[in-house]
Structure formats: structure tokens, C-alpha cells
Write a protein that binds this ligand. Structure first.
Ligand code: ARG
Length: 466
């Protein structure tokens, strides 16, 4: 990056000396806000168009500005645009170049606008696009889960509480559990978008402008749903950035839970799942290793996303109104959080689609761990035994089975009846993992009938949201 002479500073009028180069290096944001170039140019064209509409620019002036901005856009995209730290940020770069290209007409673009409302508007357009992008990635991931439901329908897996075997569920119940989580993430994004999609431009520095602008027209041109009603609010707040950062954090946390489970599911000890080899990496010293590094990094990179949210919270704590330069520090965390979640999601979808369930290994141990004990207890409840009593009876019988190292279904009817005379042969229809799943009835349960209905709902849902 080259150094520009002092007179090139848009705000240089009142200054009598050059900015210290160390200050330029410290205060610049071009190194990271250049990724807002597209949003900046789009907003500037809309702003100029509005200025023409209210008579602050002629048609000819608008055409010159628009052409100039589009030429700048092309030069940024083909890599010929020159950056310089002395021009601070993307807004100054583009405006400076425009003036260099078209002269005095370019000096009119910043009419009724300040960088304070400009940057927040660019960022709102960027966040809006980022929300749409992440939403699509979440949909791809949901499709990957739904896509396995039919082929895995007959697989029963143990589900856990406290990482101890608890009750059996069918595999699609587990897949759809994640679909629900990511659906809530999508709903949160849609809700966040409502608050993001509000036009700030025209608030100028903080007080609005005495010029006869038409902010509703600018909003229409930029596809904003509303116009911010208080100019002081516009440049002072980044709540929409924090909200998006939280939504990204929640997605990262959901992904991290999935990653954590699959990491231990792919251990020798569990051997429930095998990740595609193309998604694993090896060890430089232990030749036998095939490690789930992608999953570990999906889990590990969650730290960055949480850190970004944390930075934004601390950044805005106690900031007085209205714009403060601190707010420039909003961009790197939100870009980082977005990039991280975007990358994690783009790997999670193929991983979910292509991982193999080790059916034999899961089935081999399914009758261990007394996954059917709760179904057994409910069998007793249906026969009129109070829940607490039924719990105690089953506990005793589990202990008896444990002592013989047998599953419950291997106890004889006499052994059952010794502990509780209410038990009849029908008990065997509740015992064993398969029966324990099949006797389920409640809405939302892992009953195959309920899950089948949910799969059909989900199939429609992921198709419809194309
Ligand atoms: N680069 C700045 C930012 O990201 C733009 C706004 C600067 N405004 C100002 N008055 N210095 O926040």
C-alpha cells in the first residue's frame, strides 16, 4: 500500500500537518473493510439516484457518478484497484477514486451523507446477504440429515443422558433432532433479518440533514423494509451485528455438539460411525491413525465464534452516543464469525450425508445397558402399578439381571413374578431395544410411526424452502 499526500484526505481542510504514518497504520480499516466494496458501491449508487430524484443531482451528474462507481467496482474485481492506508477505509477509497476519475461531480456524492450512516448501511446490506447465505447452508445441512432418514430407518441406536446409556431411539429420530435445532437457528436468522433490514442512510452524522432528501426512496432502491426513525440511533448502534453474532454462535454450538458426539462415536470404543476417509487426516508418527480432525476443528473453531460475540459485547459496553471510532472494531469479529460458521457448515453437510453408521457394531451391544428398563416400567404403570412402585420393581429386576449378566428379556416369567405378581407374558413385548422403541406412542417420541410422520413433514419442508 502506498502513502497518499495530506491534501488527499477528505477531512483534511482543517489540518495543517500530515497524519503520522503510525497513526494511519493504527486507524486504517481498509485491510478488512475492503470486503464491503460491493455494498458500498451499491448503496452509493442508490444514494446518488435518490439525490437525483430530489433535484440535488442532475440526470447527467447521476449518470457520471453511476458509471464511475461501476468502473471502480470492475477495477476492484479485476485486481487493478490500488489501496492505501492513508485513505483509511473502503468508503474513502471509493469516493477518492471517483473524484479522481470524474472531478467535481464526484465531490457531490457525499451530499446529505456521512461515513457514520454510510458504514452502518453497508454493514446492514452485508449482514442481510450473510444471513441469506448461512440460511442456505443450514438448509443444505438439514437436507443431508433428512436424506439419510429412509435408509437408516431400521437402525436403532442407544441414546444417552449423562453419557450413560438411557433409552433406545431410531436413527432418524436422532437425525431429525438436529434438523429441529438448525430449524430454530434458521428462524432466529429470519427474525434477526427483520431488525437488520432497516435503512440508516440519510441519518447523516447523527442529526439528519437540512437537505430535502427522500429516505423512503433510497430504502426502496436498496430493498430495505423500513427506514430508521431516529438519526441518533442509526450511527450509534450495532445491536444488529451482535444479534447476528449470537445467531452464528448458536449455530456453532449446535455444530459443536454434533462434532463432539461424532468424535466419540468414531472411537474404537464406540465404533458407531465412520467418517469418510477424505474427511479425516493422519498422524505424522503413528502410522495407524485416521483422525476426525474436521470434526475436532468444527468443535474447536466454535471458540472463535464465541470470542467474536464476546468481543462485540465488550466493544459496545458503555459506548456513549452516537458514532465512536471504536465501532470500526465491529467488522473483524463479525466477518470472522461468519467465515468460520460458513466453512464449518460447508463441511458438515457432506460429512453428515456421507458418514457410515456401523450397524453391526451398534446392534451387537444394543441389548446391553438395560435400554428397555423405562419401557418395562411403563408396562407396569399400564397395569395399574404406581410409577414410584414400578420404578422400584424394575430397579430390583435390573439388579437381578445385572448379577447374572443377562438382559431383562432373558429373565424367566417366574423370576419376574417373584418380584411382582402383576407381571404376565405380555412383558416380553416391552423388552428388548426394538420393542422398547415400538411401544412408544406420544407425539414427538421415537415411535417409528411418529418418526415416519415427522420424516414426511421434513421432506416437504426442506423441499419447499428452496
Ligand atoms: N471506517 C469507519 C468504520 O468502520 C468508517 C466510519 C468513520 N467515521 C468517522 N467519522 N471517522 O467505522
Amino acid at each position: 500500500m502506498s502513502q497518499q499526500p495530506k491534501e488527499s484526505k477528505a477531512w483534511g481542510g482543517v489540518f495543517t500537518v500530515d497524519t503520522d504514518h503510525r497513526v494511519e497504520l493504527f486507524t486504517e480499516s481498509i485491510s478488512f473493510d475492503k470486503r464491503l466494496y460491493e455494498q458500498d458501491i451499491r448503496c452509493s449508487i442508490a444514494h446518488a439516484n435518490m439525490l437525483r430524484g430530489v433535484g440535488l443531482l442532475t440526470d447527467k451528474e447521476f449518470a457520471k457518478i453511476e458509471n464511475g462507481l461501476l468502473t471502480i467496482k470492475r477495477s476492484i474485481e479485476d485486481g487493478t484497484f490500488e489501496y492505501s492506508v492513508s485513505l483509511e477505509d473502503i468508503h474513502m477509497h471509493i469516493e477518492h477514486k471517483l473524484i479522481e476519475m470524474i472531478g467535481d461531480t464526484g465531490r457531490k456524492l457525499h451530499t446529505a451523507r456521512s461515513r457514520n450512516d454510510q458504514v452502518v448501511t453497508d454493514l446492514r446490506v452485508w449482514v442481510r446477504g450473510a444471513i441469506e447465505h448461512i440460511d442456505l447452508r443450514l438448509l443444505e445441512l438439514q437436507r443431508a440429515f433428512v436424506g439419510r432418514c429412509d435408509s437408516d430407518f431400521d437402525v436403532i441406536i442407544p441414546a444417552y443422558t449423562h453419557t450413560q446409556r438411557a433409552q433406545p431411539v431410531i436413527a432418524p429420530h436422532y437425525w431429525l433432532c438436529y434438523c429441529e435445532k438448525f430449524e430454530r437457528d434458521r428462524q432466529r436468522l429470519a427474525d434477526c433479518r427483520k431488525r437488520v433490514n432497516v435503512l440508516g442512510l440519510g441519518a447523516a452524522a447523527l442529526a439528519g440533514t437540512s437537505l430535502p432528501i427522500d429516505r423512503h426512496y433510497t430504502a426502496e432502491l436498496l430493498d430495505f423494509d423500513a427506514v430508521a426513525a431516529n438519526s441518533l440511533d442509526v450511527s450509534s448502534d450495532r445491536d444488529f451485528v451482535l444479534e447476528f453474532a449470537f445467531d452464528l454462535t448458536q449455530i456453532a454450538l449446535h455444530l459443536s455438539t454434533l462434532a463432539e458426539e461424532w468424535i466419540y462415536w468414531s472411537t474404537f470404543e464406540f465404533n458407531f460411525i465412520r467418517c469418510p476417509q477424505s474427511f479425516c487426516t493422519g498422524s505424522s508418527i503413528m502410522p495407524q491413525k485416521v483422525n476426525p480432525d474436521v470434526l475436532e476443528l468444527i468443535r474447536g473453531k466454535t471458540a472463535r465464534v464465541v470470542g467474536s460475540l464476546q468481543s462485540l459485547i465488550v466493544l459496545t459496553k458503555g459506548l456513549p452516543l452516537a458514532y465512536n471510532r471504536d465501532l470500526q472494531e465491529d467488522k473483524e469479529p463479525i466477518f470472522n464469525a461468519f467465515d468460520t460458521v460458513n466453512a464449518a457448515l460447508s463441511l458438515a453437510a457432506p460429512l453428515v450425508a456421507d458418514a457410515t453408521l456401523n450397524r453391526e457394531s451398534i446392534a451387537e451391544r444394543l441389548e446391553f445397558g438395560y435400554l428397555d428398563a423405562t419401557a418395562f416400567m411403563e408396562y407396569l404403570i399400564q397395569r395399574g402399578v404406581p410409577q414410584r412402585t414400578a420404578h422400584g420393581i424394575v430397579g430390583k429386576l435390573v439388579r437381578r439381571a445385572m448379577n447374572q449378566n443377562l438382559p431383562l428379556a432373558k429373565l424367566s416369567i417366574d423370576e419376574f413374578r417373584e418380584v411382582c405378581g402383576d407381571i404376565d407374558d405380555n412383558v416380553y413385548n416391552y423388552l428388548g431395544a426394538k420393542n422398547a422403541v415400538e411401544v412408544m406412542q406420544s407425539y414427538g417420541s421415537t415411535s417409528p410411526k411418529q418418526v415416519r410422520e415427522q420424516i414426511e413433514i421434513w421432506k416437504k419442508r426442506v423441499e419447499e424452502s428452496c
